[in-house]
Design a protein around this ligand. Structure first.
Ligand code: PGA
Length: 248
């Protein structure tokens, strides 16, 4: 099976009802894209976003591993689905840092999201000190070891490699470094899941924009992008959506 290609916008804690107007132009672009286009707005905007553009995949930015219960402020995968989400991001570095999420928790979130039926993007990535000391691949492999889900519903699993130092900074790794990391992740997935691991898409994320998207998405084993700042407006997102993501 050829790996699916995705370009996913992560709006983080940005956006408002008025910002949903951006989705109209994004949906129009998505119709002609070589990749599947998705937007993960703040949770309060999932329902209106899904209602406004049913053809776009709308996703959440996090979910709890339990279906319900005494977890004030949290949302379950089932709740996201009921709101109209078809996707969720788990283990984003901002949640690992801001909310102290561990890889063990990320694993439980991924398993719950996959079982509930969500396309699940599991994020990994090293900090700058780990990159500079030559520990980037070892760090990401450790995160994968601890946060990859059991081998069920893997057709819905996506990995996003997001070097923490590249997120929101305007900095990006070299294409060679991206290709090296994606190759390492691909190898890890193969060792963990066997041949099924070959079908899991691996996205790159971190300061992707209209100027660098073609180069980064052209790197070996890159199956698309997870885009933060440049996904907030259709004008900035358009040149990324327009990139032809090469077939696997
Ligand atoms: P950025 O964010 O594109 O603004 O660097 C990427 C992300 O955190 O997913």
């Amino acid at each position: 099976m050829a790996r699916r290609k995705y370009i996913v916008g992560n709006w983080k804690m940005n956006g408002s009802l008025a910002a949903l107007a951006e989705l109209d132009a994004i949906a129009a672009q998505a119709a002609g894209a070589t990749a599947t286009i998705a937007i993960c707005p703040p949770a309060t905007l999932i329902a209106p976003a899904a209602a406004r553009q049913p053809g776009l995949i709308i996703g959440g930015q996090d979910c709890h591993w339990n279906a319900s219960g005494a977890h004030t402020g949290c949302l379950s995968a089932q709740m996201l689905i009921e709101a109209g989400a078809r996707m969720v991001i788990v283990g984003h570095s901002e949640r690992r840092t801001d909310n102290g999420e561990t890889s063990a928790e990320v694993r439980k979130k991924a398993e719950a999201a996959l079982a509930a039926g969500l396309i699940t993007i599991l994020c990994v990535g090293e900090i700058r000190a780990e990159r500079e000391s030559g520990w980037a691949i070892a760090t990401v492999e450790r995160q994968l070891e601890d946060s990859l889900p059991t081998a069920q519903h893997l057709d819905r699993l996506i990995i996003a490699y997001e070097p923490v130092w590249a997120i929101g900074t305007g900095l990006t790794p070299t294409v060679a470094d991206v290709a090296e990391m994606h190759d390492a992740i691909r190898g890890f997935l193969g060792a963990r899941y066997g041949t099924v691991g070959q079908d899991i898409s691996i996205l790159y994320g971190g300061s992707v924009n209209g100027d660098n998207a073609a180069e980064l998405l052209g790197a070996a084993d890159v199956d698309g992008a997870l885009v933060g700042g440049a996904s907030l407006t259709a004008a900035k997102f358009a040149p990324i959506v327009a990139v032809t993501v090469p077939p696997a």
